[in-house]
Write a protein that binds this ligand. Structure first.
Ligand SMILES: Cc1ncc(COP(=O)(O)O)c(C=O)c1O
Length: 404
């Protein structure tokens, strides 16, 4: 095959960390199992509970509906868009117009990647300001679009809410900045933001004339009503400059269904939709209709409340276990299903620590460096597995010498 077949952006892509970990784990599994260290994954951010029964039952019924198996539209079925509009009103008390301000997505990852492609010109030096650390895919899909991801450092010192004018001062060519991303509750930190901070971010984006992209994939995963995540559109005037991304994946354990939505600024939603419509024809109608019913159902709300209680209990279990192993855990996150832990001081690299943990103990965790430069020195664990598995993980940490 000719050497210049692929564009430079694609050539530079590494393998997505979670897929690479999965492959490596599968390769090591027989040997680990033989040593009584069968792999246990704390890597994936995918709930393992069964999804709400109501959505499965409805999907099954819909499979026999006439016309259900044909093309949908990229924008999404009107029933889904209306349900989203109703949900945004009911949950956040914000208005989004089902006709012009909502677009369905094949998972929020697809939507975010397509939005970056729609607003940047490849290899033109266009910049997206991205929280660091953040969901590892951002760095990859920004690179793949031929754009540049400039980090917004989220640190303990800035309370994970950095002053944006100071960040702006670190950008070489501010005129190239097209957009900034916020992600609260944050993956991997679990950090949340105050309304005052988001208000200042909205004002900042208006001042700099850039798009605000709010990634709200974890908006339903919280353990404390005092920090109940809010929508960016609760801030007055945000719709002038912002779009927000939501997902069915995390709250309803529907990661495999690949359904999400973007809503907000009409012009951005429209143009994004046009660009996206050149590469996909929308999601399977039956899934859209089943999820439309789930979104505002009593069963859906009860499911989320129950799962959040489960996560809270699992979090307490794991926090206690890691503290006993000497890991300093000062601020326990009040949202998401992740813990963000410092690597033991004797290690100088998170990738090396996670590799040893996998190869010696069969425990799969994600090195902090995958989430951005600020993630070095940390590792992420998810607590979506069973308490029995978590106990085994803690036992192996102790037996195999992975105390802090
Ligand atoms: C912060 C964040 N945004 C978006 C996504 C993508 O989720 P999905 O494509 O399943 O909607 C993830 C997945 O882990 C995430 O952590």
């Amino acid at each position: 095959m000719r050497k210049d077949l692929f564009n430079n952006c694609v050539v530079e892509l590494g393998e997505y960390i979670l897929f690479a970990l999965k492959e490596k784990t599968a390769k090591l599994a027989p040997e680990l199992t033989a040593r009584n260290r069968a792999p246990i994954s704390l890597a994936m951010g995918a709930p393992t509970a069964h999804p709400p029964k109501i959505v499965i039952d409805r999907l099954k019924e819909l499979l026999d509906e006439p016309g259900i198996h044909t093309y949908s539209t990229p924008k999404g079925e009107i029933e889904l868009r209306q349900a989203i509009s109703k949900y945004m009103k009911r949950r956040f008390n914000v208005e989004v117009d089902a006709e012009n301000e909502v677009f369905s997505l094949i998972g929020s990852k697809e939507g975010l990647a397509n939005l970056v492609r729609a607003i940047t010109t490849p290899c033109n030096g266009d910049i997206i300001l991205v929280p660091d650390p953040i969901y590892a895919s951002y760095w990859e899909f920004i690179k793949c679009a031929g754009a540049i991801g400039h980090p917004i450092p989220l640190t303990k010192e800035n309370n994970y809410m950095p002053d944006m004018e100071s960040v702006w001062a670190t950008v070489d060519k501010p005129e190239k900045v097209k957009a900034m991303v916020i992600n609260y509750p944050n993956n991997p930190l679990g950090a949340v933001a105050t309304r005052e901070y988001i208000r200042s971010v909205v004002e900042f984006c208006k001042r700099k004339d850039i798009l605000l992209i709010s990634d709200a994939a974890y908006s339903e995963l919280y353990f404390d009503d005092a920090i109940k995540p809010f929508s960016v559109f609760e801030i007055e005037g945000a719709k002038d400059i912002a779009v927000e991304f939501f997902s069915f994946s995390k709250p309803y354990a529907l990661t495999g269904w690949r359904l999400g939505w973007v809503c907000g600024n009409e012009e951005v939603v429209k143009r994004f939709g046009k660009a996206k419509s050149t590469v996909d024809n929308g999601h399977f109608k039956a899934m859209q209709l089943a999820c439309a019913e789930l979104l505002n159902s009593k069963e859906g709300d009860e499911y989320i409340a129950r799962e959040n209680l489960n996560y809270k209990r699992k979090q307490a279990f794991l926090v206690d276990g890691f503290r006993k192993l000497g890991y300093p855990l000062e601020n326990v996150p009040a949202a998401t299903f992740y813990l963000w832990l410092p690597i033991p001081p004797r290690y100088d690299c998170s990738a090396k620590f996670c590799q040893e943990l996998l190869e010696k103990s069969g425990i799969v965790t994600v090195p902090g460096s995958s989430y951005g430069k600020c993630g070095e020195g940390f590792f992420r664990v998810s607590y979506v597995c069973s308490e029995d598995q978590m106990q085994t993980v803690l036992d192996r940490f102790k037996e195999d010498g992975f105390q802090y």
